[in-house]
Design a protein around this ligand. Sequence first.
Ligand code: LMR
Length: 392
Amino acid sequence: MLTNLQQQPADALLALIKLHNADPRATKIDLGVGVYRTGQGDTPVFGAIKAAERKLVETQDSKAYLGPEGDMGFVSALAPYVFGKDNPTQDGRIEGMQTPGGTGSLRLALAMVKAAKVKRVWMGTPSWPNHAQICADLGLEMKTFNHAAADGTADMAALRSAMAEADEGDAFLLHGCCHNPTGIDYTNADWDEITDLLLANKLLPVLDLAYQGLGSGMEEDAYGIRRVVRAVPEALIAQSCDKNFGLYRDRTGALYMLVAEKDQLPMVVSNAHALARANWSQPPDHGAAAVRLVLEDADLTAQWLDELDTMRERMRQVRARLAAAGKTGGVDLTPLGSQHGLFSIIPFTPDQVQAMRSQHGIYFAGSGRINVAGLTMANIDQFIAAVADVTG
Ligand code: LMR
């Protein structure tokens, strides 16, 4: 029976890891999958996480099951960072659960959307490829609209018409900050308008918050999520600690559910628990337990926020340097200076993407998305020269 299956291509983003590793050139540069790198090109474990892990080894006295919701101490400790310290549960209308990374959270959010018989999921494109892959795997109908306008801002006109065209109850999958892959975020004024449009058209927001803290700061990056959550009756929020705590392979995330009336919450949450049970039963514990220990300790929290500041500052410097290069060959790198997070898109043709790989050993997604954190002061001039060479 298994021969009835068809060969599948490797995931294009994850395949880049192997392509880069197999390249023998010492000067190769990896701008592929979204992991942060230091100025030395490493992705170290956060100091605050290392300290929490040591504590965990000493104090954890059991690894017995916790249930489909995972570590609820982690979920509550994280909530004020996502929803604000004043009223993180919105008067008992929000509850969360732990998930295997941001992907697990999105998978669960979209499975909830399907179970709730939502008709369609709308998303701005380009988007993170796994958004569409998860929708397709769940058999959800997808509708797209343009995300980035020609002037380098978010295409609000396209979003407005998509929201006007959508049916009541349709879901809108929106990136909370650090848009993947364009780095082009909604402004605070855009979020104000989006909130009004969601309300007026009775749409269900599904908010993907995978990069909080990597744009302008933990508080600043939460503006859109908080603005929407304070106004709408219902929302699903997919959070990830994989980047802002550097936990990538430990798969640490949370799904938060906002309902209109707090007495509906147990019923809604019971659906998420049942879906989690059928998908992965219970989430992996280690990363979430380490985050909880960081957030329960004021010194470790301060250390973590400090480490996050350092990451953001380094990416700001890289972006400033790219922007200063301005017109480079046939492309303009100026807009990269004002974009947010790990990613930006440079409008390379497919042939230019290949030439960057074969002639210069520089690896990034076929869409032209680069991970700016893969650039260092040691390799950035090489990168700019290569861009000039292949696009000139
Ligand atoms: C990325 O877009 O590179 C990251 O979100 C990692 C992933 O899982 O694709």
